[in-house]
Design a protein around this ligand. Structure first.
Ligand code: NAD
Length: 360
């Protein structure tokens, strides 16, 4: 049985504790450390050993795995201390605030017996896995434009997320998930990044984000994070050569609409008088030329129905297997490095006011 300790016993630290306790029989969470006495009291009340300082946690020979769930600016030092102490380290996303910092960590990792991975859990979200499945099955033909949005209306950013010094802002917070998903979805190099970052209510950091990524074959993805959107657009809208599909929400309601067959690509029509005025191009398509299908029902990567802890189940079982030398880590630092490089170009693009070419 591996023993784990959590640094940062706030929202996400408690999530890891609960998820591991419920799902992962080979890891026991036994310890915690937080800067806030109330958080430490809560950890103690749940039977965890609370350390007086982070260095005591790292020095504890009984601890095999350290889970870092503190604000983003503190990840780097904790990861390095964990690796130097020979622990296996799981760090929350965004792993660090720059690619240079991650490269430094990866150097340290070379001489540590510990493994190091990043909690990019949204790779195992049901909506994302549904998109991946539909594209892999070629259901709508070759995709050329993919829109991925998380639209909320919290308006104000919570706590440390509102401060630059803590690595706050929505590009770091949700943008990192959407970029990671994009790079997982399209196995091609990114050739340009164009970003608009808005400060609608936040004084210091981006609170609304739009990023357009272009890939080598020309396929583009629009990624959007909103905290000021009162009429959400669909979570996913995907345009393929032969059809379109939409996933409206986290419950994965949606549909696929595709051409009935290739002969339906063109149909003879007279000019039609529509609500848009006289038009051929935008005239409603005859219904018998398209087919509407439900979204596929998919199981999680372990072949189970999706449940609340699906991602933790997959992520931590993989960690256990990787520690035993039976599998490669599902989230590699090199992948997080690519995500950070794209994020850096997004910041640069927003600053410069135009798109940035690249080959990442
Ligand atoms: P939070 O504010 O709820 O919790 C952070 C905790 O860390 C607090 O209890 C705070 O007292 C403690 N803390 C702050 N600085 C510390 C330090 N230097 N040392 C020890 N403890 C410290 O924040 P959160 O929402 O849990 O976010 C924590 C991390 O988890 C962030 O990196 C965030 O991006 C990530 N996160 C990931 C997901 C996901 O789905 N993967 C979801 C939410 C948050």
């Amino acid at each position: 049985m591996l023993q784990a300790a959590i640094i940062g016993y706030g929202g996400m630290g408690k999530w890891h504790h609960e998820a591991i306790s419920g799902q992962v029989k080979d890891i026991a969470v036994t310890g915690a450390y937080d800067l806030r006495p109330e958080a430490n009291d809560e950890a103690r009340a749940k039977g965890l050993k609370v350390y007086a300082a982070a260095r005591d946690l790292f020095a504890d020979q009984d601890i095999d795995v350290v889970i870092i769930a503190t604000p983003n600016d503190s990840h780097k030092d904790y990861i390095i201390q964990g690796l130097e102490a020979g622990k296996h380290v799981v760090c929350e996303k965004p792993v660090v605030l720059s690619s240079a910092d991650l490269l430094e960590i990866m150097e340290v990792g070379k001489t540590s017996p510990g493994l190091f991975t990043i909690h990019q859990n949204r790779r195992w979200d049901r909506d994302f896995q549904t998109v991946k499945t539909i594209l892999e099955e070629g259901e709508v033909g070759k995709a050329y434009f993919i829109e991925s949005r998380v639209n909320g209306s919290s308006v104000f950013l919570h706590g440390w997320r509102d401060y630059k010094i803590n690595g706050g802002g929505m590009l770091y917070d949700w943008g990192v998930h959407l970029i990671d998903q994009a790079l997982q979805l399209i196995p091609e190099k990114v050739t340009s990044v164009t970003a608009h970052l808005f400060n609608i209510h936040s004084q210091e950091v981006d609170d609304n984000v739009k990023v357009l990524l272009t890939f080598e074959s020309g396929i583009s993805m629009l990624l959007e994070v909103a905290t000021n959107c009162f009429i959400p657009a669909p979570r996913w809208h995907v345009s393929g050569r032969d059809g379109t599909f939409v996933i409206y929400n986290w419950q994965c309601e949606g549909k696929i609409v595709k051409l009935a067959d290739s002969s339906a690509l063109k149909w003879e029509n007279d000019i039609v008088y529509t609500a848009a005025g006289p038009t051929r191009t935008m005239a409603p398509r005859p219904v018998n030329t398209t087919v509407e299908k439900p979204l596929p029902q998919i199981l999680d990567a372990r072949g189970n129905e999706y449940h609340r802890w699906s991602s933790a189940d997959i992520f931590y079982h993989n960690l256990v297997e990787a520690i035993r030398g039976e599998a490669a880590l599902l989230v590699q630092p090199e992948e997080a490095l690519r995500v950070l490089k794209v994020m850096e170009l997004a910041f640069a693009s927003a600053e410069q006011g135009h798109g940035v070419s690249c080959l990442i």
